[in-house]
Ligand binder design. Structure first.
Ligand code: FAD
Length: 355
């Protein structure tokens, strides 16, 4: 099929890279991303303990896109016909797909710089006998898991402001993660926080006055929806209270005929997950193809949000916690599914590359 449509994809993460790849040879695709690479977000913590892992988990956009144009900049605003970037480009579109996800996938502009960043973090880690992790969401818990497995002699303390870890999953998953971390001698402090502004060690004081000595710290908080750039744009009235973009069942932005969104940015009621971002990218691809053929097409593909909460958190290289629809399990089974390769091979294959 030869589509001549101009498809602009904003954000080259899990969803955006998939959509750009899907249309690469068929349409006039422009991918806007501040980075020259796609990064498998789930692998970031492994890269901290093993920086060479990033050679596979960070993939330059030019490695999997043959014809699409990359505008390496952040999108700044959008109108009903074009996207304007921080670098001053104005890029017209027939179809727009907004996939700016969540802010934790920020990072330096180039793959080479990203790898250097991991090498620096790894040096910091290797030199430290004791480590403080601030934040007990998936990033903090997965980082703690990586450290205690690869560096079992280091003293790890994790401070979390909530009353349970990985609270995007249910209480059973939180309990199992806590039990596992404690079994590896991680000191977990709940219901307390450390202010991160001007943070400096080696003595850290929590808001409740507890002191922690650590040679190095890692800040694992601050996940936000990546929609702040839309606040002054055509789409600002379509952001909900949390900053999610309102979409209809076909993943079109509410009231728009040619603007889609998918991934963490959309307001679908479900846990925000990469595998769902991938599924949504499939629906958006199908719908853009249909509309390109026939703008008046009566039936578009529908996205059905996941009903039962499902999630996987890795705990080092061989273990994990999985919340499944029928049970919450821990141990080597979730480890086999996620922790060994952190879905890097799968993501690479999805982009048409060797695992
Ligand atoms: C530690 C951790 C473990 C996880 N484990 C899993 C798991 O096991 N399974 C799972 O399914 N999910 C997992 N997730 C969740 C998953 O990573 C996200 O759901 C997924 O990345 C969302 O994809 P996305 O395409 O919406 O956004 P992202 O992958 O966040 O990509 C957003 C992209 O937008 C770009 N961007 C941002 N702002 C702009 C702008 N203004 N202009 C242009 N580009 C912009 C960014 O550079 C980035 O490339 C995990 C997340 C974390 C942090």
């Amino acid at each position: 099929m030869a589509l001549k449509k101009r498809i602009v994809v904003v954000g080259g993460g899990v969803a955006g890279s998939t959509i750009a790849k899907n249309f690469d040879l068929e349409a006039d695709v422009t991918l806007i991303d501040p980075k020259d690479y796609f990064e498998v977000p789930y692998a970031a913590l492994r890269c901290t303990v093993e920086p060479t892992f990033a050679e596979r988990s960070c993939v330059k956009h030019s490695e999997y896109l043959k014809k699409a144009k990359l505008v390496q900049s952040s999108a700044q605003s959008v109108s009903d016909s074009a996207v304007v970037t921080v670098s001053g480009d104005k890029i017209p579109y027939d179809f727009l797909v907004v996939c700016t996800g969540s802010t934790y996938t920020g990072g330096p502009a180039t793959k080479a710089e990203r790898i250097k960043e991991y090498q620096a973090d790894n040096k910091k880690l290797e030199a430290a006998d004791s480590v403080l992790i601030i934040g007990g969401g998936p990033v903090g818990v997965e980082l703690a898991g990586e450290i205690v497995v690869d560096f079992p002699t280091k003293k790890v303390t994790l401070v979390h402001s909530g009353d349970r870890l990985i609270d995007f999953l249910g209480p059973k998953a939180s309990k199992k993660a806590l039990k596992w971390l404690k079994s590896k001698n991680v000191e977990v402090i709940l219901n307390d926080r450390i202010e991160v502004d001007g943070l400096a060690g080696p003595i850290y004081t929590t808001n409740k006055g507890r002191t922690i000595k650590a040679d190095a710290h890692f800040v694992c908080i601050g996940k936000r929806v990546g929609s702040s750039w839309l606040r002054d744009s055509e789409l600002s009235s379509l952001l909900d209270d949390q900053g999610h973009l309102k979409v209809d069942a076909n993943l079109r932005v509410e009231g728009k005929t040619n603007i889609f969104a998918c991934g963490d940015i959309v307001n679908t009621v479900e846990i925000k997950q990469g595998f769902l971002a991938g599924k949504q990218a499939g629906v958006v691809t199908e719908n853009i193809k249909k509309l390109s053929k026939d703008p008046k097409v009566s039936k578009l593909a529908v996205y059905t949000p996941l009903k039962a909460p499902f999630g996987l958190v890795s705990l080092g290289r061989a273990s994990g916690v999985a919340q499944l629809p029928f049970a919450t399990i821990t141990g080597c089974l979730p480890g086999m599914v996620k922790s060994k390769d952190l879905f890097v091979g799968q993501a690479r294959k999805g982009l048409g590359l060797a695992a």
